[in-house]
Design a protein around this ligand. Structure first.
Ligand code: PLP
Length: 385
């Protein structure tokens, strides 16, 4: 099914789900339930908590993009992660990367720990994880590049270690999207996405995905899925399906802009460091070149003072100061107050996330206009000193 290039896969449809009129924009099946022809008969759809044609069409495209056997669409990225955690039992241990999306850290600490799971946090990008596996370790969970510090972990190497130990490898692939990276192909067992971000691509809906390749895992997660009931609604499924149609062109432009912004910020004397995996000096640059098709549109930078942070957030005109990422508009985020507000300060400091760190999700505007927005802000800051 993957004979096509990724640009084409973004346009694919599961023809077996086609409606009788040949509508090119796949219909929104806004229904809770489906009528049966008779006893023991089903159209394949019974109740929307379990399956819905619009959602199934979306799941088809996402599983094809990620080279999986099945994809499950959830009502949010967090719902996707929470459902994956239901695969585990009290006493199970999961090794997690020390730099993760703040919401995932909150879920693990506040919900999953209470239910008996234990977590061992480490910087997986350093490659020193062999000794952390115990007999209770059932999975390793990571993002690469990480949020927001852009640490890069070699997925293939970690997958080999996990499989030697009989442990599942779970990768949250939100930051690069399937357009740039396919963890299942590199040996991961479970891929997670916040569909809210690059897949949806327009800051207009919340959704999440789990993509799998193992039949037993698929069966188990489908069971949890219909039991827990966190499936994506038909309308939101349609929005993300539409978003994916332009994934490739959006990602290409956003990445091009991110490279230009990273290069520009590096030259600015008020900027202390720029962390973007597409810069050759980034420690993960070579691994990125090996395991991804691009470097993505996320970049983190540290400015000289908290005052400058405040000035930037107040005075940028084109770039929005907002949480989230992956849409067509460029967003700037302040991790210590926003995405990572619930992560303990000492953990943040250890990961290099301080009150001078800002994160950009670069959009598809003109790069020169984005750079001018920063130029104006730095100039007015200079005048205010
Ligand atoms: C946003 C995000 C999530 C959570 O997804 P929601 O759709 O907001 O629930 C998980 N992981 C990463 C890396 C994210 O950026």
């Amino acid at each position: 099914m993957n004979q096509y290039s990724i640009n084409t896969i973004c346009q694919l449809s599961d023809k077996s789900l086609s409606d009788q009129w040949g509508a090119l924009s796949y219909p929104i099946y806004q229904t809770a339930t489906f009528a049966h022809g008779g006893l023991g008969e089903s159209t394949g759809f019974d109740y929307t908590r379990m399956q819905n044609p619009t959602r199934q069409q979306l799941e088809y495209v996402v599983k094809t993009l990620e080279h999986g056997e099945d994809a499950l669409a959830f009502s949010s990225g967090m719902a996707a992660i929470a459902n994956v955690m239901e695969l585990f039992s009290p006493g199970d241990n999961i090794i997690i990367d020390a730099d993760l999306y703040g919401g995932s850290v909150r879920l693990f600490n506040e919900i999953n720990r209470k239910n008996g799971l234990t977590f061992t946090a480490t910087d997986l990008s350093k490659g020193e994880y062999s000794e952390l596996f115990t007999e209770n370790t059932k999975a390793v969970y990571l993002e690469t590049p990480t949020n927001p510090m852009m640490n890069v972990t070699d997925i293939e190497e970690l997958a080999a270690e996990c499989h030697k130990k009989g442990v599942l490898l779970i990768v949250d692939n939100t930051f690069l999207s399937p357009y740039f990276q396919n963890p299942l192909v590199l040996g991961a067992d479970i891929v997670i996405h916040s569909g809210t971000k690059f897949l949806g691509g327009h800051h207009d809906t919340i959704g999440g995905f789990v993509v799998l390749k193992d039949e037993k895992l698929i069966e188990r997660l489908r069971y949890i899925y219909k039991t827990v009931g966190a499936g994506l609604s038909p309308f939101d499924s349609w929005l993300i399906l539409r978003g994916i149609r332009t994934l490739s062109v959006r990602m290409d432009r956003a990445e091009e802009n991110a490279k230009k912004l990273a290069t520009y910020l590096k030259t600015n004397s008020y900027v202390k460091r720029v962390i973007y995996p597409g810069l050759e000096e980034h420690p993960g640059y070579e691994i990125m070149k090996k395991q991804a098709r691009g470097f993505g549109a996320m970049l983190t930078f540290e400015v000289e003072s908290k005052e400058l942070v405040e000035h930037i957030l107040k005075n940028l005109k084109l770039i929005y100061f907002a949480e989230s990422l992956g849409g067509t508009e460029t967003l700037i985020t302040y991790p210590v107050n926003q995405t990572h507000a619930d992560v303990p300060r000492d953990v943040l400091e250890k990961n290099g996330i301080n009150e001078r760190v800002l994160r950009l999700s670069v959009g598809i505007e003109d790069a020169e206009d984005l750079i001018s927005d920063f130029e104006d802000v730095f100039n007015s800051y200079k005048k205010s000193l």
